[in-house]
Each structure stands twice: as structure tokens, then as C-alpha cells.
Design a binder for this molecule. Structure first.
Ligand SMILES: Nc1ncnc2c1ncn2[C@@H]1O[C@H](COP(=O)(O)OP(=O)(O)OP(=O)(O)O)[C@@H](O)[C@H]1O
Ligand SMILES: [Mg+2]
Length: 278
């Protein structure tokens, strides 16, 4: 889908408007990553160029070990490219970036803290004033349907709820860019669908740019504006698919659309062709 000037998502969020005018939110220019270990050298990524617009939702799919997590780590500044350039908000990434949100495959919550205090950890680490952080946490708790569970400890929450807490924590400081590495992999199918619907709504409400790594083709297509399909190691971008669906997507009707069928079909074809050569 392409957002137009008339799209409320494009006009309501100042970060979107500013980002759209000045530069892309995330940019990788001819990036390569080589790991040197004692036993062997591994080229994880090669010739990777990607331009993500502010407010855009990009999903990344590809076989295991093709460099998806490596790509997210580059954007977060946790890893430096061996060659090429990574830019965040038009600025070259030179070290760990604080202006991003990162959601991992496992919720990684602190057992001894309640849901709210796990979310507020982000504020404590960043020195965000208490009252402001608490108000924002309450908003996010409401937005993600965690109301009533603020004071529960992680072991008292379901897997989906724990993942929601992790999502709230990643969004607390209103990051312009949210990086998600297989965040729903450990959830059952139904909870995963609910989280997909939730994430679509949160993305529309916050205007955050999202890079999501997933192994689920339907999840990638349901959520994203574009899906990046990667080849096996050394990971390169095989093809980028424009999904062509509106930002607001009802789950049931979206899955029945021609656009959804075409995009999932093409990605399956690409990944199937990829594994046939492995
Ligand atoms: N710190 C490291 N040192 C050495 N090799 C590494 C390191 N991190 C990743 N690799 C290698 O780089 C390649 C890409 O790893 P990466 O974790 O990015 O894959 P992935 O696409 O996220 O896989 P998965 O879908 O299984 O999570 C793999 O071959 C991996 O062994
Ligand atoms: Mg990974």
C-alpha cells in the first residue's frame, strides 16, 4: 500500500511528516557483514541495500541463518558492517542507538518485577521523569489490552501477555523505529493472530517505522507494507514485494483478498525455490 497525504496516519504524526520530508527512516547501502571466528570466516550479509520510509512497516523473511537478526543488529548499532553504510534517520549508525525499540523472540522480562515495573524499566534506563513515564505506560497498557494485569508478575501472565509487556517496554520511549526479531514465534496460532491484529493497530496509532523479522509468511503479509525476501547465506535480498493492502486490515477479510493471496504465493515460490537449491 502507499500512504497518501489524505491518510490520517501520515498527517497526524509529526515524526512521520518530518521523516518523510527529510530522509528515509532506515537505510542500508551496499552492506556486507563478515564474521571471523577461529574455525572459519562466515559472510552473513552481502550486497544488502534497503530503504525504509518513515512510518513504513517492512517484514523480513528468509531461511534460518540468512542474516535476518544480523540485519536488525546493524540497524540497532549493536554490530558494525564490514563494508557499506547503515543510516538511521539520515544519520550514520556508529554505535548502539537509544532511539530504537527492540523486541526479541522471548519476552525477556524480569521475574521479580510486575508488568508495569517491567515496562518502566525502559524509563529508568533512560532517565525519563517518573510521572511522564507512568502516564505513557498506562496508555500503552490500555492500548495493548493489559489493563487489570499491571501488577501481575511475569509467571502470572500468559505468553501473549508477556510479549505485550515486552512490546510496551519497547514502545515506552516512543522510538521512531521499532525492531522486532520473531516476536511471536513462541505463541500459539490463535494468540499470534490476536497479537498481529494488535500490532497492526499500534503501528497505525503510533506511526512508528517497523522492521519485523518473521518465519511466518501470512504474518509478514498481513502486517507489512513491503516484504523483503532473503536468500540463504550469504544473505542477499532476493526480492521485495509490495503488499498493496490498506493500512487498516481486518484479519479475516484481509486473508481472503487477492492481494494477500498473490503476495503469500509469490513469497512461497521464492522461498521454495531457495530451499530447492539448498
Ligand atoms: N557473532 C557471530 N559470530 C560468528 N558468526 C555469527 C555471529 N552472529 C551470526 N553469525 C552467523 O551469521 C549467520 C547469520 O546469522 P543470523 O543470526 O543473522 O541468522 P538469522 O537469519 O537470524 O537466522 P534464524 O532465522 O535462525 O534466526 C549465521 O551463519 C551465523 O552463524
Ligand atoms: Mg535470527
Amino acid at each position: 500500500m502507499r500512504k497518501t497525504a489524505g491518510d490520517p496516519k501520515a498527517t497526524d504524526d509529526p515524526r512521520l511528516a518530518a521523516g518523510a520530508e527529510t530522509s528515509s527512516a532506515v537505510r542500508l547501502d551496499d552492506v556486507a557483514v563478515r564474521f571471523r571466528t577461529k574455525k572459519k570466516d562466515v559472510t552473513a550479509l552481502q550486497d544488502v541495500s534497503l530503504d525504509v520510509r518513515a512510518g513504513e512497516f517492512v517484514a523480513i523473511v528468509g531461511p534460518s541463518g540468512c542474516g535476518k537478526s544480523t540485519l536488525l543488529k546493524l540497524v540497532a548499532g549493536l554490530l558494525a558492517p564490514s563494508s557499506g553504510e547503515v543510516l538511521l534517520g539520515g544519520e550514520r549508525v556508529r554505535g548502539p542507538r537509544r532511539d530504537i525499540g527492540y523486541v526479541f523472540q522471548r519476552a525477556a522480562l524480569l521475574d521479580w518485577r510486575t508488568a508495569r515495573r517491567n515496562i518502566l524499566l525502559q524509563a529508568e534506563m533512560r532517565g525519563i521523569p517518573g510521572a511522564e513515564a507512568r502516564a505513557r505506560a498506562d496508555d500503552l497498557i490500555r492500548m495493548t489490552g493489559l489493563g487489570g494485569f499491571e501488577d501481575a508478575y511475569p509467571h502470572e501472565l500468559s505468553g501473549g501477555m508477556q510479549q505485550r509487556v515486552a512490546l510496551c517496554r519497547a514502545l515506552l520511549h516512543e522510538p521512531p523505529v521499532l525492531l522486532m526479531d520473531e516476536p511471536f514465534g513462541a505463541l500459539d496460532a490463535l494468540t499470534r493472530e490476536q497479537m498481529n491484529v494488535e500490532l497492526n493497530r499500534i503501528w497505525r496509532e503510533t506511526g512508528t517505522t517497523v522492521l519485523l523479522v518473521t518465519h511466518s509468511i501470512p504474518e509478514a503479509v498481513y502486517l507489512a507494507d513491503r516484504v523483503v525476501v532473503m536468500s540463504p547465506r550469504p544473505g542477499t535480498i532476493t526480492e521485495t514485494i509490495d503488499v498493496g493492502l490498506p493500512a487498516e486490515r481486518s484479519y479475516a477479510t484481509t486473508l481472503a483478498t487477492a492481494e494477500f493471496g498473490a503476495a503469500t504465493g509469490r513469497i512461497r515460490e521464492l522461498l521454495g525455490a531457495v530451499s530447492a537449491h539448498e
